[in-house]
Design a protein. Structure first.
Length: 99
């Protein structure tokens, strides 16, 4: 959310409900991994958000592997973000940021 311009989001331990609310307001289904502004969302089999990242364009994406203070925000190739967030039974969806 901070990468999308939500002021103060980088300093908050974000819970699922506020993130889901933001997703429904600020994004639509779809997106392209090569373009900036695609939110990658991993969900549990029950549909709960478990991880998210945002594409930066040119094949790059930004994510924070965990919400712990010791976990840095990382910029990696999109395929590396996908590999690092992969987990058995998680499913990946894409949403495009809208103005």
């Amino acid at each position: 959310m901070a990468a999308a311009g939500i002021e103060g989001a980088e300093a908050v331990w974000l819970q699922r409900e506020p993130f889901e609310e933001w997703l429904s307001r600020a994004t639509v289904p779809g997106g392209n991994d090569a373009e900036a502004g695609t939110v990658l969302v991993w969900r549990s089999p029950e549909g709960a958000v478990e991880h998210a990242a945002v594409t930066l364009g040119g094949g790059w994406a930004m994510h924070k592997p965990s919400q712990g203070w010791m976990s840095p925000t990382k910029v990696l190739a999109v395929h590396d973000v996908m590999a690092s967030a992969r987990s058995q039974r998680r499913r990946l969806s894409r949403r495009r940021l809208v103005a």
